[in-house]
Design a protein around this ligand. Structure first.
Ligand code: SF4
Length: 369
């Protein structure tokens, strides 16, 4: 079904944009009081021996000359994680030394949301962007949830506020609202249900409504509209990484090698998806490569994911059009170390907002199960 209409903040007259982010600043007195001793960060033969099994996982994507700078952090983080009783969750867009060497659980937003609800650890360190850490806190209100850099935002999450959703409801009374998980807790609190790019079509259809408001990704909304007979009213948000890909770019990959396989994320514009051999969420893209084992593949998404898949499947040749997410790249080994040393930066959500947001996230998680 063609999309019914696309709305944005200027159509609703709401000037409130974005969210405030905590300033990082120096180490506070409270952080110093609960700090653990600073571990050694020297590259020694012992560090080399103790991290050799981890380097094996990433040797295809991290040159040997770089490992001595990473290994002391990897060893220290894994030891601090144990001392804190912490678990590290990492999104597929994190760099390989994080994804393969310090994370306990890796995956897409849906996988991380489900795992966040199951973890037994007292402390969760979210290696991803701020809305992901908020989702972990929403599902684990009694746990300490940390994000190594609270400035790790998202162009989709900052494109819409809870007030925008209330205005959409006024304009379209009675129409249910679905929010992509790439939204703040404030937005999740105002909608009927959340979705990810893995389950967006199923979530929309689960509402049994003739029309649905879908926020905030206009391209994912268009993709959903192409797969369902439900009328979609979309918001004007976009992922700044995926909207940069073009159909021309994909055609040039195919001209250079007609046998290459091209797989794309549904946050990309429609002319990009029209050129792809397969469209799916990050988890679906990874599973597609595992099952199809192509000789050469272009993954049209954030470029660290190609590195992470390459580390797992060294015989698949990855063609890497490199669009990095600057927000995901704010998370680094030194900041993860700080997070565990000082229990910073803690994610907090107003309990009333968290309670309402939890209903929207749990409704999605329960639908999946
Ligand atoms: S890749 Fe796009 S959707 Fe994902 S965090 Fe970055 S800006 Fe947001």
């Amino acid at each position: 079904m063609p999309i019914a209409g696309i709305f944005g903040p200027q159509d609703l007259g709401n000037p409130a944009r974005g969210r405030s982010v905590a300033s990082r600043g120096g180490i506070s007195a409270a952080e110093r009081a609960r700090a653990l001793p600073m571990p050694s960060l020297q590259w020694t033969p012992e560090v080399e021996r103790l991290t050799a099994h981890l380097y094996e996982r990433v040797r295809g994507v991290i040159p040997p000359v770089e490992w001595p700078f990473m290994a002391p952090y990897v060893k220290a983080i894994n030891e601090l994680k144990e001392a804190r009783g912490a678990v590290i969750l990492a999104h597929n867009y994190q760099t390989p030394e994080i994804f393969h060497c310090v994370a306990d659980i890796g995956g897409d937003s849906l996988q991380l949301a489900i795992e966040a609800a199951k973890v037994k650890a007292d402390v969760i360190v979210q290696c991803g962007v701020h809305f992901m850490a908020e989702t972990s806190k929403i599902l684990n209100p009694n746990k300490t949830v940390l994000i190594p850099d609270s400035r790790a935002g998202c162009s989709l999450a900052s494109s819409i506020t809870g007030a925008d959703v209330r205005l959409l409801r006024e304009r379209f009374p009675g129409v249910p609202v679905v929010a992509y998980v790439n939204t703040s807790a404030d937005v999740k609190a105002e909608v009927d249900i959340c979705c990810t790019s893995s389950n967006a079509v199923a979530v929309v259809e689960s509402l049994n409504a003739p029309e649905v408001i879908f926020v905030p990704d206009q391209y994912l909304a268009k993709y959903v509209a192409s797969k369902t007979s439900v009328k979609i009213i979309a918001w004007k948000g976009a992922c700044e990484v995926h909207e940069r890909f073009t159909g021309d770019e994909l055609r040039s990959f195919r001209e250079a090698d007609p046998t290459v396989q091209i797989i794309a994320h549904p946050e990309c514009p429609p002319d990009v998806l029209a050129e792809a051999d397969f469209t799916g969420s990050t988890a679906h893209m990874i599973n597609w490569v595992r099952s199809n084992h192509p000789k050469r593949v272009v993954m049209i998404t954030e470029c660290s994911m190609a590195d992470n898949v390459q580390a797992e499947l060294p015989d698949v040749e990855m063609v890497r059009p490199c669009n990095l997410c600057p927000h995901m790249k704010r998370i680094t080994l030194p900041k993860i170390l700080d997070s565990l040393l000082y229990l910073r930066e803690e994610v907090t959500i107003d309990p009333l907002i968290a309670e309402k947001a939890r209903r929207s996230v749990e409704r999605m998680v329960n639908l999946k199960n």
